[in-house]
Design a protein around this ligand. Structure first.
Ligand code: ADP
Ligand code: MG
Length: 574
């Protein structure tokens, strides 16, 4: 796992080494300052060498300027490194998600995927840019000051440094406690928010049942829990802050008292004592950073693990190595003994199904809901692969065709239309992004939506989708039909394209659909049977499989399921 993490640094090696170099420079300058001070107090000032004092002060001033520049570079470029790594990871996971098959999205909640891309990646980048820097600077500072002090007086140094592991332990354990209580706070506020949202959306129901008091009581519970969690988190934080304060005071006290004793006995000089004091105050910073680092490491690595979990999911539907590109598609579709069941579903949806659609003909599929009509439609563009049997397009097994090539030749119009956030034009262009404006307008005219669009204040540039213009179901459906006109595929699948619409709209859209299916192989599913009377063949699909087939007159004369369904609908209409 670490190897795959480090691999993300590779394209940004230069940035990484620049960051590390300047981080190193900062620690070295920090380490030098007490040495310089010691020299001043021990030698230069007692000798009265003001010229040296001035010279060294100037050198130190330059070093400090260099330190600020380095600090700037580390703060800016270090973060830039994190941003770049996050960018790469986000790009990778998004591209990977695009390759995953329907079955993955069937089984995964959108919110879950979102949180992985947003939260987990943030944790990872925190680690990616602060991690190496924190552990690098902190280690150098702690080890460096240890070595310098050891060379001054080893006994005093050992006494003082004996406390450092203790402090690191304290800081890390408190830090973990703090993190846990912050997490709790986050959970509680999430509860309060969802309670709030739920209550506000349901405020009309609450009022109609006069359950306001009940709502207040419910809300109070979460509200109290949240406040308690926050109180607790501030308590832990106070312990942490005062703990650090106490420890650095103890350390300073030790330096002054024990160090003072050493000075009195002339084991060390006053300048040496000064150097000890300075190093001890410096040390708190790297100790805190080490604690930050353990936290970052924990969060970052869990985040990265979750990131890899998604990256390691193999798409179950991919091209064969020798998959072919379709050229001229005539549009003959055949199902031979096709059986299919969903991976996560219970039982077989389609069993040994046989059917055929001749090029340019229209076949209609009718049957009760849950019979597997939509499933059948989804098998043709290979949204799912079948368990046994074969599906042929122009006598080629669809598994031997390149996925993109197959799907480019199929137009699918479904009941729920999804419009992307963007303009109407962009949404129609989705059918064939390199089309000209004229082609878009032509498609909209064929879908009988052009006049409507022209009457909108911004015409084709009107925003739709989230918070965009409010369109009716019929208008949205016609935009989606325009998309398919633009795509102009030889194969067309209409899956209850009009069933969410009222009768009048349905009749209007029916006309554009008829136009669309002209000269194309079409598979149509409609729950209103009046709309499929003219189909070349009608298949009745039930859980038993295809139970009837033939044209409208034939099925009506046979007087079985189709005839019954048709008559009952006809009665309702009349
Ligand atoms: P129809 O379109 O004829 O109403 P469907 O093809 O939508 O029927 O569904 C056929 C059966 O497959 C139903 O029992 C349904 O519960 C099941 N099903 C549909 N989609 C999925 C899915 N993505 N995962 C698991 N089972 C599914
Ligand atoms: Mg369906």
């Amino acid at each position: 796992m670490l190897k795959r993490f480090i691999a993300y640094y590779k394209p940004h090696k230069r940035l990484f080494f620049i960051d590390m170099f300047f981080a190193l420079l900062i620690s070295i300058i920090d380490l030098i300052f007490p040495i310089f001070t010691r020299k001043m107090i021990n030698e230069i000032i007692p000798a009265g060498r003001m010229d040296l004092l001035l010279r060294w002060s100037i050198v130190m001033a330059f070093l400090f300027i260099l330190r600020y520049i380095s600090q700037y570079i580390v703060a800016y470029w270090g973060h830039l490194l994190g941003v770049k790594i996050e960018h790469d990871m986000r790009g990778d996971i998004f591209s990977h998600l695009q390759t995953l098959s329907f079955s993955y999205f069937d089984n995964t909640k959108t919110g879950n995927i979102m949180s992985r891309i947003v939260n987990d990646l943030r944790d990872i980048t925190e680690l990616a840019h602060h991690g190496p820097e924190n552990i690098f600077i902190s280690s150098i500072m702690i080890i460096g000051s240890f070595v310098v002090l050891l060379s001054i007086e080893w006994r005093l140094t050992l006494i003082l440094f004996a406390f450092i592991p203790l402090m690191i332990f304290f800081v890390i354990s408190k830090k973990n406690k703090m993190e846990a209580s912050f997490k709790k706070v986050k959970n509680k506020i999430a509860n309060v928010n969802s309670q709030l949202e739920n209550s506000i959306s349901g405020v009309r129901v609450a009022k109609s049942f006069t359950n306001e008091d009940y709502e207040i009581e419910k809300f109070n519970e979460g509200n109290i829990a949240f406040s308690e969690a926050r109180g607790e988190s501030y308590r832990v934080m106070a312990e942490f802050i005062s703990g650090i304060e106490i420890m650095s005071n103890i350390l300073n006290l030790l330096v002054i008292s024990i160090g003072g004793y050493f000075v009195y006995n002339e084991v060390i000089g006053v300048g040496d004592l000064f150097a000890y004091t300075l190093y001890m105050t410096f040390l708190m910073q790297p100790i805190k950073k080490l604690a930050d680092f353990t936290q970052q490491l924990q969060d970052g690595m869990t985040g990265f693990e979750r990131f890899l979990e998604i990256m390691d999911i193999e798409p179950d539907i991919v091209d064969k190595t020798d998959a072919i590109e379709l050229k001229e598609v005539k549009g003959k579709i055949e199902f031979h003994d096709v059986s299919f069941s969903y991976q996560n579903g219970d039982g077989t949806v389609l069993a040994n199904l046989n059917m055929e659609i001749e090029p340019g003909k229209t076949v209609a599929l009718v049957g009760p809901s849950g019979a597997g009509k939509t499933t059948l439609c989804h098998l043709i563009p290979r949204f799912y692969d079948i368990n046994s049997g074969e599906i042929l397009l122009d006598d080629i097994d669809i598994r031997d065709i390149k996925l993109k090539s197959l799907r480019k030749n199929i137009g699918l119009v479904q009941q729920d239309v999804f419009l992307f956030t963007g303009t109407i034009k962009e949404n129609i262009l989705y059918g064939k992004p390199d089309s000209t404006d004229e082609e878009v307008i032509e498609a909209a005219k064929k879908a009988r939506i052009h006049d409507f669009i022209m009457n909108l204040p911004h015409g084709y540039d009107t925003y739709v989708g989230e918070k965009g213009a409010m369109l009716s179901g019929g208008q949205k459906q016609r935009i989606s039909i325009a998309r398919v006109f633009l795509k102009n595929p030889p194969l067309l699948i209409l899956d209850e394209a009009t069933s969410a619409l009222d009768n009048e709209t349905e009749i209007m859209i029916q006309k554009s659909l008829e136009e669309l299916s002209k000269d194309r192989t079409t598979l149509v599913i409609a729950h209103r049977l009046s709309t499929i009377k003219n189909a070349d063949e009608i298949l009745v699909l039930t859980s038993e499989g295809i139970v009837e087939r033939g044209n409208h007159e034939k099925l009506l004369n046979e007087g079985n399921l189709y005839a019954k369904l048709y008559k009952s609908q006809f009665k309702n209409m009349a």
